[in-house]
Design a protein around this ligand. Structure first.
Ligand code: 6PG
Length: 238
């Protein structure tokens, strides 16, 4: 389901309300597990969430959909962005914030993160961990998390976290894979700006040429796209 909002701020406000709905279900004995998106788009949302009073963040575990191969205090770190805009401002217990160790060997970091997820996140009948909510962004090439066009991780069907070589960025990234993205109860894409319009139209066309973000089709979970009118400007309205 795709919802088009006038501005990026409207997207962030709607996303805030969805996150709070998910968190409201959290109990001390039944925490919720939320995957945070990286990049810059989610920063607006994170800043809004940090300002909401009375939220029982102690019943929430925070995870990451992907990470750059840098230390957690590096300016490129998705963890650093989330800490500065959100997690450092709220009462989330440090033990509930799970970062991918970008400073380690990517393969080892991916393996360790997968083990950590499996130790804490309840799984479905197929043995795949089920996150309550996964937040995702999308690049102007249609990548999501660090599932970039033409990269090996797109074909991964058993590991839930992998190190993914991204030649177009001359780097290696650590990323969740389609099996765990598609097992989530809720997936919410946040996409804003004219620069994403072509990729978003390609995703919504959902044909064999669609970019990686089109591969996120949670079932039986809910898929939502919250986009602004600039990003939606190339969508075909029937
Ligand atoms: C990352 C993100 C990535 C991001 C898109 C969009 O590590 O960069 O996980 O998937 O969501 O690149 O980034 P922007 O929000 O900055 O456009």
């Amino acid at each position: 389901m795709i919802e088009v909002f006038p501005t990026p701020d409207d997207v962030a406000t709607a996303a805030r309300d969805l996150v709070l709905n998910v968190v409201a279900r959290a109990e001390p004995t039944n925490p919720v597990h939320i995957v945070l998106a990286g990049g810059s788009t989610p920063a607006n949302l994170y800043k809004l969430l940090a300002r909401v009073d009375g939220v029982r963040w102690e019943n929430v575990h925070f995870w990451f959909g992907d990470e750059r191969t840098v230390p957690g205090d590096h300016d490129d770190s998705n963890y650093k962005m989330a800490m500065e805009t959100f997690l450092a401002e709220i009462s989330a217990p440090e033990g509930n914030i799970h970062r991918m160790r970008g400073e380690d060997s990517p393969e080892e970091a991916a393996e360790a993160y997968a083990a950590l997820i499996r130790s804490l996140v309840p799984h479905n009948d197929d043995g795949i961990p089920v996150f309550d909510l996964i937040l995702l962004g999308m690049g102007d090439d249609g990548h999501t998390a660090s599932l970039f066009p033409g990269t090996e991780a797109l074909a991964e069907q058993s590991e839930i976290v992998v190190a993914n070589e991204v030649p177009q960025q001359d780097t290696v990234r650590i990323t969740l894979t389609y099996p765990v993205l598609n097992a989530a109860r809720n997936v919410l894409f946040l996409v804003t700006g004219e620069g994403k319009a072509e990729a978003l139209a390609a995703v919504m066309a959902d044909d064999e040429d669609s970019p990686p973000a089109a591969g996120v089709q949670p079932h039986p979970g809910e898929l939502r796209w919250y986009v602004d009118s600039a990003a939606a400007s190339r969508l075909v309205t029937d």
